[in-house]
Design a protein around this ligand. Structure first.
Ligand SMILES: NC(=O)c1ccc[n+]([C@@H]2O[C@H](COP(=O)([O-])OP(=O)(O)OC[C@H]3O[C@@H](n4cnc5c(N)ncnc54)[C@H](OP(=O)(O)O)[C@@H]3O)[C@@H](O)[C@H]2O)c1
Length: 255
């Protein structure tokens, strides 16, 4: 991998999610990666314990609530106390629905609620920005590094032909705007940091589960396929790509 030289260090947020776990697993399988931090609300999950048994100290599961700035800041301090540099930071968390709280994508205006907007914005828009705010010192250095946020094509304003899904679309559009702004600032202060917004394609995870029936047969990706595609996109990306929005196949998505 271009991003990951020998002994490079990666950090995956949302490491128990469908895509986050696939990223962690694939990075660990890459021998050049010296250490993978797996940031999640549940660092003791059976999936991460299985990976720990396989990879030992190359995997560090750590607790974080990405909707709590103090928790993000504490994690940044913990990581900085152990390693001076990260070479890859992936935001693989996201929010779309919560059946228990009655939050689901809106079909029409009357479905909008403050609670739905708040949950979508807290996870999808605010968290990537606060993570960048607290981790910038770890990802801006003399070596190539990538800050990658999983976004969604439905966050593209240009691409919106269907309407609906207001809160998710709005929060992903806000996330994309943050990624673009970060790339512009980093071109001045962190010249080797590449900032990317990435669309995995519709992938078989808890987030997409209630909406998979509308996916054409054979078009639903496995988390392993989507993660491997996105790791290739990250690998091929260059500083000229910073601030861009790319799909799983490397194609640029209009903002
Ligand atoms: N699946 C798709 O079809 C699809 C399509 C387009 C875009 N995406 C995007 O891809 C990303 C990953 O989604 P996914 O499909 O892998 O979803 P997922 O399986 O539901 O995983 C999402 C993860 O987000 C994390 N998360 C949510 N709230 C959190 C909080 N307060 N604190 C810490 N972590 C929190 C959780 O990770 P932990 O359990 O580790 O805490 C959760 O497992 C999202 O940004 C999503 O919008 C997915």
């Amino acid at each position: 991998m271009q991003t990951l030289d020998e002994n490079s260090v990666a950090l995956v947020f949302g490491a128990n999610g469908g895509l986050g776990l696939a990223f962690a697993r694939q990075l660990l399988a890459e021998s050049r990666v010296g250490l993978v931090w797996a940031a999640t609300r549940d660092p003791d999950s059976p999936s991460l314990q299985d990976l720990n048994r396989l990879y030992g100290e190359r995997l560090r599961p750590v607790a974080v609530d990405i909707t709590d700035e103090a928790s993000i800041a504490a994690l940044a301090d913990e990581v900085a106390g152990h390693t001076p540099q990260l070479h890859l930071l992936i935001n693989a968390f996201g929010f779309l629905h919560d059946e228990a709280d009655g939050i689901r994508p809106e079909k029409r205006l009357e479905d909008l609620s403050a609670a739905g907007l708040e949950r979508n914005f807290a996870v999808n828009a605010m968290a990537p920005a606060l993570i960048a705010r607290h981790f910038i010192g770890l990802i801006s250095h003399q070596q190539r590094a990538v800050f990658a946020s999983l976004s969604a094509r439905v966050g593209s304003i240009d691409d919106n032909r269907l309407g609906g899904w207001y809160a998710y679309r709005m929060s992903k559009a806000a996330q994309n705007m943050f990624t673009r702004g970060l790339a512009i600032e980093c071109a001045r202060r962190a010249k080797r940091l590449i900032c990317l917004a990435l669309h995995p394609g519709t992938t078989d995870t808890a987030l997409s589960a209630p909406f998979q029936s509308r996916v054409p047969a054979g078009k639903l990706f496995t988390p392993d396929f989507a993660a491997s595609q996105l790791l290739s996109v990250i690998d091929r990306s260059d500083i000229e790509d910073s601030g861009g929005f790319f799909a799983w196949d490397g194609a640029a998505i209009p903002w």
